[in-house]
Write a protein that binds this ligand. Sequence first.
Ligand SMILES: Cc1cc2nc3c(=O)[nH]c(=O)nc-3n(C[C@H](O)[C@H](O)[C@H](O)COP(=O)(O)O)c2cc1C
Ligand SMILES: CCCCCCC(=O)C(=O)O
Length: 363
Amino acid sequence: MAGEPVNINEFEELARQALPKMYYDFFAGGAEDQYTLKENTEAFRRITIRPRMLVDVSRIDMSTVILGNKTSAPIIVAPTSSHQLAHFEGEVATARGAAACNVIMGLAFTSTCTVEEVASSCNAVRFLQTFAFKRDIIELVVRKAESSGFRAIILTADTPRLGKKEADIKNKMIAPRLGNFEGLISTEVVSDKSSTVEAYTAETLDPSFCWKDIAWLKSVTKLPILIKGILTSEDAIKAIEAGVAGIIVSNHGARQLDYTPATISVLEEVVNAVQGKVPVLLDGGIRRGTDIFKALALGAKAVLIGRPVIYGLAAKGESGVKQVIEMLKNELEQTMALAGCCNVNDITRSHVKTEKESFLSRM
Ligand SMILES: Cc1cc2nc3c(=O)[nH]c(=O)nc-3n(C[C@H](O)[C@H](O)[C@H](O)COP(=O)(O)O)c2cc1C
Ligand SMILES: CCCCCCC(=O)C(=O)O
């Protein structure tokens, strides 16, 4: 590629060149046939934008407030594990990149750097993600989140066990040392059948964790809980009943159950079920500012960005993370200007046409 990357796909190509195949496959890959992986991005292409002309767009304000936290744009770094496999500075560099762009940093508990290292490295607003781990591990997550100034807990609900990522199995993917687990479980987990990533999670997850256990989680923390991995109205209603502070529509970047729908295609179902009671966020397949615009038009308060941030990190460390986030912010700003929206509240349902609506209008 000649010159600087001009879009996220070019950052992905830089990351592919920078990383050993095993690590690139780990970051880029999805579960099984990778049907959902492809759909997550393709479904955005089937939604068109209905722009409005002759609006005064001389000043565009992308800022918003998420669970009481002001942010420069409706963009959050998605919690993703193992950043030191992308760059030696790992999540510390990612968080600094997020801080430089004034967006919220979602940190995975399965990070390579520790919670404390990330917290002391930057002043980004931070949310800490936990899986449905065994309870003593969740209690540790909560203690670390509270003592290190995190503003919310993200509970990932879609991972009672790890999805089958065939590239990792073929590559015999070796999990890195995960800072927060040092001394807690064996960090030398080995498995001759599959990737050590799978072995890691098998040792820590509690597959019996269910809706009633959210009451327990709420009893051990004062932090707001965002539930991540919701794809249906039925579960959205259960999440509201369980008292979560927000919902993240997500299929885990297509790394868990294959043949789940593209997240953007079920966003509206969840938004309608939630009836404005809590904010609804979305991740999966966001690669353009136009994708963010479409998600906001369909009712998302903000989006989370997973792989693009990792690609920026792999390509150029902290400055790559910053460039990726700035690129998406600039593209969103451009989209808002050209669509006639001065701030995020101006982006409405009537600014997009879904595939179904296009189909019906042709009949
Ligand atoms: C390499 C990788 C690791 C991930 N690790 C986690 C994790 O530890 N916890 C979690 O809740 N989600 C994890 N995710 C899912 C992301 O939080 C997010 O849902 C997904 O990446 C969004 O899709 P996108 O990559 O297309 O933006 C991971 C995703 C990737 C690509
Ligand atoms: C090395 C531990 C990896 C934990 C699982 C991370 C994850 O959620 C993923 O999709 O990968």
